[in-house]
Design a protein. Structure first.
Length: 291
């Protein structure tokens, strides 16, 4: 018998809470992996990115612990081709280590997760909760659930530092990935306007760059590139969870035309152009780049 196939909504709520607790509790082990498993593994992930030993360790650790939760049916990750299965009714998709090219220079890295009511690949409208952990000078966690975003500092306990994270009304910072020469002409023109208005903050790890936007207001993008119209970032593991968080915090997400949450990927590892931030800036991006 399935663990909780016919369970009432409250069981789903409990499962979501357990997923969040499990990821928070795993943070110290992921930090250990970042410190000790620094070598290249010699393998590539389904997107073709070289994997570090820490990418693989974080993925294995989350697979085991997430699938061990009563009520979780599947675990999908940027680092594995197939969805791993158990019994249950909820589905977890993760980027176990975001920004892993920041490992060598000891800069920001994190973990991203989304809890879906349907098995990935699926639309962002099936997200029940999403969040991320940042392994920065302190370990922090941001969780969006029930239309509200909270920020915690993780240590021996989980301390709330902001119980209503909201994108500040006046934008201050921007960060655009991919490089000026790779952008489309329309995006380059938009980026030049934004450069004159806001301060650059780009650290090479999406979670940390988007946390700048959540903290100070602004815009983060990894747009369509001339050589790669689909962009770099993965919709299911990176785009939709971060869009869910930013939209719950009062901002907007877009692939250039519509909310990332409305996209319904055919492929688990599908990529998307990604733009997140203050609604006013994403509106402008859509109208000026005309994508
Ligand atoms: O090196 P680039 O092209 O600036 O790319 C940086 C982007 O790639 C990523 O590192 C991709 O994530 P992974 O590290 O999980 O592959 C994002 O976090 C970041 O925004
Ligand atoms: Mg990533
Ligand atoms: Mg990753």
């Amino acid at each position: 018998m399935s663990k909780s196939l016919d369970a009432p909504a409250t069981q789903a709520d409990r499962t979501v809470a357990q997923v969040i607790d499990t990821i928070a509790d795993a943070a110290s082990d992921v930090r250990t992996a970042i410190a000790t498993e620094r070598e290249h593994s010699g393998t590539v992930n389904p997107s073709g990115d070289e994997q570090l030993a820490a990418d693989l360790r974080a993925d294995e650790l989350f697979e085991e612990r997430i699938l061990g939760i009563d009520g979780v049916a599947t675990y999908a990750s940027e680092e594995r081709e197939e969805v791993a299965t158990s019994d249950g009714r909820l589905h977890v998709a993760m980027d176990p280590l975001d920004g892993s090219s920041n490992l060598e220079p000891n800069s920001g890295m994190g973990t991203i997760f989304g809890v879906y009511s349907e098995r990935p690949p699926t639309t962002g409208r099936n997200l029940l909760a999403a969040g991320f952990v940042i392994y920065g000078p302190v370990t922090s966690m941001v969780v969006a659930r029930d239309g509200r975003v909270k920020e915690y500092v993780l240590g021996d306990d989980r301390r709330v530092v902001d119980d209503d994270v909201t994108v500040p009304e006046d934008p201050t910072v921007f960060g655009f990935g991919g490089g000026v020469d790779s952008w489309t002409d329309d995006f380059r023109t938009f980026a030049e306007e934004i450069r004159r208005e806001l301060k650059l903050r780009y650290g090479g790890a999406m979670i940390a760059d988007i946390n700048q936007v959540l903290t100070y207001g602004g815009i983060f993008a990894y747009p369509a590139l001339q050589s790669r119209p689909e962009g770099k970032l993965r919709l299911q593991f990176e785009g939709q969870p971060m869009a869910y968080i930013v939209e719950a915090a009062g901002g907007r997400s877009s692939n250039g035309e519509q909310s990332l949450l409305d996209l319904n990927p055919d492929e688990l590892h599908e990529r998307t152009p990604l733009h997140l931030g203050n609604a006013s800036l994403i509106d402008r991006l859509e109208s000026e780049t005309g994508q």
